[in-house]
Design a protein around this ligand. Sequence first.
Ligand code: GDP
Ligand code: K
Ligand code: MG
Length: 304
Amino acid sequence: MSEFKFGFVALLGPPNAGKSTLMNHYLGQKVAIVSPKPQTTRNRISGILSDDDSQVVFLDTPGVHKLRGKMNRFLLETAWDALANSDVIVVLFDAAFFASKPHLMEQELSPLLKPVNGSGRPVYVAVNKIDKVKDKAMLLPVMQKAQEMWPDAEFFPISARKGDGADVLLEKIKAALPEGAPMFPEDQISTVPMRFMAAEVIREKLFMSLQQELPYSTAVEIEFWNEDPEKNLVNIGAIIYTTKNNHKGMIIGKGGQNLKQIGIKARTEIEEMLEQKVMLELWVKVREGWTEDVGFLRSIGLGE
Ligand code: GDP
Ligand code: K
Ligand code: MG
């Protein structure tokens, strides 16, 4: 009998690499919100995978990129913080994107070279979205370039969405974890409080309903959370912050229709998550310059 394994796994990569999708795949349920937009994952989100001989805590992170500004700096700190707290590092990138342009890899993925190569931890590189690469020969230059960039890593072509190759990677991860007792109860799936998860669900529905630039200047804050145990109901109020008046109009939509749809979709999902009836009230408020306001960023859980 081998000893029980316990450890933290940092999921690092550029925005939209599929980090949250991979974590959700392993957990068999949605813990991190996923969208085709960059910066969907803002805070570090953990997902806990327990089985008979191991407990793996995945640290999902915001994408690593070269953008400026306070919010972006906080996002990056979250990613480096996860790296510092990890036992194993998984780097993901979108192989379909680089298949036709492997020469762009070094530049696009450059923020991930030094910190990862100098980490002293086992590094597994997940070459993701292979389901989108029709001609598999196109993967060869991508793999070759990746091997030059992370010379001490092992490489795993995967599809986080379909699950292809994900099991092999997971076995490797588990084998590399240190021996140790589990830190969390077996049935706990995340360290993130429900309140925060609910705000994230609202933010996801908001992101999905908006076009292009808008999402990055929006934030969701839970204003109240009142449980009514007798009715098995929870009454949740949340504020959607945006930076401009015309954004507010777009979020609310004609006759309030957009906000209403966001509310319906979010409520349905929060009900599933809580296994409880939910009443959800949403407001939209303009708060100029919040992405540069350190106090506010902290209040929504960024950059502690
Ligand atoms: P993150 O920003 O790295 O967390 O990326 P997400 O997990 O939010 O995924 C970004 C987008 O890529 C979403 O639309 C996902 O559905 C999509 N995606 C993630 N993994 C795969 C994959 O293996 N194959 C395909 N085709 N799409 C994927
Ligand atoms: K994303
Ligand atoms: Mg994500």
